[in-house]
Design a protein around this ligand. Structure first.
Ligand code: ADP
Length: 513
């Protein structure tokens, strides 16, 4: 180091603010300068050592500076470095000696922690790091027999997240082999660990742990510098997997809906086409006047089938919205007794010319209740339309509203063909229809009851059925009573027109009407 007088001053300034110890000695190893940290390192004040020979200062130390080495540096004028241990406080010292151009030596002493402290500190950091990640990590040692065949394994180490994910199964497993512990692990895990340890090829997969109903994203990798050890990273992906399952289920339902609805759309469309063709013929033949009745019939058929298409599309859209959680209820307080009675009255007018009777009955005058009236109307009309479809001529349908303390029950009872016992559970399933070979004067898509059930459940209620073949069926809808704050019961405007239209749509697949 070539150092001028000015450089020397700034060097001293630098030593003064440095946390390492710096000592300057002349060619005879007499100390001419020592900075403050020296006091700390050597346990003496700097005044006590300036002017003294270096070897005297270190004489009592068990790790004295190697004076011979110092002379060598002095002669060779080379930088030297060595380590020494101070018995003063058990620290390791890192000593560097630099000759400078005026013949003096700069001795720099840096304290370095003892290796054990160093290691335990780094171990602590490593543990903290492992425990702060939310992925479970385990180190697994694969045990091989003399023929180098993997026979067993043991968990060497794991972090807190792993412990949490694995739950009680992982208690006291450290350093014991899977066989010792009689771990009830599937052979699959042995195969994965062994395979990765043998080939070094990492493996990633999603694993379902059925016992705890969880899914894990697992990554197994070989730890190259650790012999036959593999690392296993676990991530709880249960939420993601369940979400995906739900999406898959939704896609399946949508596909089913698409196939079923497309099929059902064809029937009314064909009917509309046929009626249209007939009208076309009369128009071309100029025989409208002679066939007026047929033309009126055809026109009615077209109208009815347009309603059927509307019903089908409405139901399909609603079912799809319900499945994807998009159907929202528009809740208002209404008197449910009045509401249902009005619907029944309109239906009875609709049925006037038919040989079917519909009767309304209730045990209360008024029951104010918050619901989505359009949805409740769909439910009731669907049940009534089914009762009509499956009723015998000259029979009666009874619609009853029963108010109870905290709920209201709406039931629709018919004396029709009834439902086979084994089919009672399935009729609320999507697209379910009883054997179509039964000659019936109605069509259907098998969506109605499934939609009814979903709409009732959206209101927090439930729907049940009792039926005896050839005697009839009763469908019971139970809805919990709740009201919306600061809202008056809804005044029905344009009730009649809206309801008639709703009935036309809902009854569009009953031919006999
Ligand atoms: P659809 O549009 O076919 O009527 P639903 O979901 O409304 O579809 O009904 C499903 C099936 O349940 C019907 O096809 C029928 O077999 C049976 N069902 C529903 N209501 C009645 C009833 N009141 N009497 C007899 N069977 C019924």
């Amino acid at each position: 180091m070539d150092i001028s007088k000015n450089d020397m001053t700034s060097l001293i300034d630098f030593f003064e603010i440095n946390s390492d110890a710096f000592i300057i000695v002349n060619q005879k190893l007499v100390i001419s300068y020592a900075n403050l940290p020296v006091e700390n390192y050597l346990g003496v004040t700097r005044d006590q050592i300036i002017g003294r020979r270096l070897q005297d200062v270190f004489k009592n130390s068990q790790n004295p500076l190697d004076v011979k080495k110092l002379y060598k540096v002095l002669n060779k004028r080379e930088t030297q470095h060595w380590e020494a241990f101070s018995n003063l406080d058990g620290w390791r010292m890192d000593i560097n000696i630099y000759p400078i151009n005026n013949g003096e030596l700069v001795i720099k002493i840096t304290k370095i922690k003892q290796m054990e402290d160093f290691l335990s500190e780094s171990e602590e950091k490593y543990q903290n790091l492992l425990n702060s990640i939310d992925q479970g990590l385990a180190i697994v040692e694969v045990i091989f027999d003399k023929e180098s065949t993997p026979v067993d394994f043991k968990y060497e180490e794991f972090n807190q997240a792993f412990e949490k994910l694995a739950g009680s199964q992982i208690n006291n497993v450290l350093d014991k082999t899977a066989k010792d512990l009689q771990l009830n692990l599937e052979s699959f895990w042995f195969q994965v660990y062994e395979n990765v340890a043998l080939t070094g090829q990492p493996k990633r997969f999603v694993y379902e742990e059925k016992k705890i109903n969880k899914w894990f994203d697992v990554y197994v990798f070989k730890i190259y510098f650790e012999g036959n050890k593999v690392g296993v990273l676990f991530n709880d992906v249960t939420e993601r997997v369940l979400h995906n399952h739900k999406l898959e289920e939704l896609i399946k339902i949508q596909d089913e809906l698409y196939v079923n609805v497309s099929h059902e759309l064809k029937t009314p469309l064909n009917v509309i086409f046929s009626a249209n063709q007939l009208m076309d013929v009369y128009l071309r033949n100029d025989s409208v006047e002679n066939n007026k009745d047929d033309l009126i019939d055809s026109n009615n058929i077209i109208k009815q089938n347009c309603y059927r298409l509307t019903k089908l599309i409405n139901n399909a859209v609603d079912l799809s919205k319900i499945n994807s959680g998009l159907l929202m209820l528009n809740l208002v307080n209404i008197n449910i007794v009045d509401f249902i009675e009005n619907i029944v009255q309109l239906v009875s007018e609709y049925l006037k010319t038919k040989d079917l009777k519909i009767i309304f009955d209730t045990n209360v005058e008024e029951k104010i209740f918050a619901c989505d009236p359009d949805k409740i109307e769909r439910v009731v009309l669907n049940l009534i339309s089914n009762a009509i479809k499956f009723s015998n001529p000259n029979s009666e349908i009874l619609v009853r509203v029963q108010g109870k303390d905290d709920k209201v029950e709406i039931s629709v009872k018919d004396t029709g063909i009834g439902i086979e016992k084994q089919n009672l559970e399935c009729i609320f399933n999507k697209f379910y229809q009883e054997d179509k070979s039964l000659s019936r004067s109605a069509e259907g898509s098998g969506i109605g009851l499934s939609l009814t059930k979903s709409l009732v459940e959206l209101h927090g209620g439930n729907v049940n059925v009792k039926s005896i073949v050839n005697e009839g069926s009763i469908f019971m809808v139970e809805l919990p009573i709740r009201t919306i704050e600061s809202q008056k019961p809804r005044v029905q405007t344009n009730f009649y027109n809206n309801r008639v239209e709703a009935i036309r749509i809902e009854f569009s697949d009953i031919y006999s009407i």
